[in-house]
Design a protein around this ligand. Structure first.
Ligand SMILES: *Cc1c(COP(=O)(O)O)cnc(C)c1O
Length: 386
């Protein structure tokens, strides 16, 4: 069997790709014309099919969906206008008033905001759990629990969840599992082999990789769930632009190479940080000293390059340090070619373990720069005397 990296490059080894062209055309359209009057009414009778309107996607959208399905080894992929759109579409599609959803406490903050501000309005109960729970998750499951939401590693603090155990408990209890795999991508996390029902991904991050596109994807092997999610996306109108799909397809070709380089650099930097006297803790799943490293090692095939550390500085000293850096931009998001730094305030919203801690938490995204240059930038600016 061909290596996945080769499959991505050869678009699953299909030599007759796009009528001989190695790249798909960018097909932009709103209207799709019918052959004739009868054809129109035939389609209307069936409530208008996928073919009838550009909102359902064009050949370019489908090319990206196919490429992502091939990479993940999954049947169905739906492309959405952003990672958030993938998340909100799947939750709005599957949940009803009266249902309950279990959510890890280290969930991506914008997802948290959606749950607290939008789902709560629909009388859907959102229950946060400690992401480190294993068998203990059973205590949170109730008769109305519909979804066990997973994010591994989680945002900000990067705890790795025990996915095979959690998905097997969910299966036993007839609960649907949704996993946000944006950090690892399906290249490095075989979610469906670990029993996950649905993955949601921000393609904005590593898959596109160039900080110039917003896109998301939902994948599943379940045909009924796929149909339901697809209809909800159409109803909500969260469809993606073909131009963005083209860029994400282009980004995907170099995903394996970028992830390898960036993750190696990030581990080098994480190891360096770990030995600095100001650092209390480095939170990187691929770092042997990290608490859930054993789960990452067991379940993941590789790493990416976003991680955090806790520094024994007060806020004023952190401000000096961050402002002095030359190579790290202060900015949201991650997964692009350039290194970024972001201070985090976990005390504000975390419920489990993070309302009180010493020092300040800082997140890094390591780009494609030379890692030694990045270490020098950190080193020069970490020694704060004034
Ligand atoms: C950024 C991010 C998202 C949202 O993706 P967008 O494409 O920015 O909407 C979802 N989950 C995680 C873990 C993220 O980091």
């Amino acid at each position: 069997m061909t290596n996945i990296q080769t499959k991505i490059i050869h678009d699953s080894n299909n030599r007759n790709r796009f009528e001989g062209l190695i790249n798909p055309a960018i097909s932009r359209t709103s209207t799709v014309l019918y052959k004739n009057y009868e054809d129109f009414w035939e389609d209307e009778k069936q409530g208008f099919s996928d073919k009838s309107y550009g909102r359902a996607g064009t050949a370019t959208t489908k090319a990206l969906a196919n490429a992502l399905s091939n990479m993940a080894g999954v049947e169905y992929t739906i492309i959405t206008s952003s990672g958030m759109s993938a998340i909100t579409t799947s939750l709005l599609s599957l949940l009803q008033p009266g249902d309950s959803i279990l959510v890890p406490d280290n969930i991506y903050v914008c997802t948290r905001r959606f749950l607290d501000e939008e789902l709560a309005k629909l009388n859907i109960e959102v229950i946060y759990y400690d992401p480190l729970l294993e068998e203990g998750i059973r205590d949170f499951i109730k008769d109305n629990t519909k979804i066990l939401y997973l994010e591994s590693p989680g945002s900000g603090t990067f705890e790795v969840q025990n996915l095979p155990l959690l998905t097997s408990i969910a299966k036993e209890k007839n609960i649907i599992t949704i996993l946000d795999d944006s950090w690892a991508t399906s290249l490095n996390l075989p979610s469906f082999k670990l029993g996950v029902d649905i993955t949601v991904s921000s393609l904005t991050k590593y898959i596109n990789g160039h900080s110039d596109v917003f896109l998301g994807a939902i994948s599943t092997n379940n045909p009924e769930i796929y149909q339901q999610l697809y209809c909800t996306l159409r109803n909500l109108g969260g469809n993606a632009s073909p131009d963005d799909c083209y860029l994400a397809l282009r980004g995907m070709r170099t995903l394996a190479t970028r992830l390898k380089t960036q993750s190696e650099s990030s581990i080098e930097i994480a190891k360096w940080l770990e030995n600095q006297p100001q650092i209390i803790k480095v939170m990187h799943p691929a770092l042997p000293s990290f608490s859930t490293h054993h789960l990452w090692k067991r379940d993941f095939k590789g790493s990416s390059a976003t991680f955090s550390f806790i520094i024994d500085y007060d806020v004023t000293t952190v401000k000096k340090f961050v402002n002095r850096l030359k190579l790290f931009g202060i900015g949201l998001s991650w997964g692009g070619y350039e290194s970024l730094i972001m201070p985090l305030n976990l005390r504000k919203y975390r419920r489990y373990g993070w309302h009180d801690y010493q020092g300040e938490v800082i997140r890094l995204h390591i780009g494609l720069e030379n890692p030694q240059d990045l270490i020098i930038d950190l080193k020069m600016n970490m020694q704060i005397n004034n």
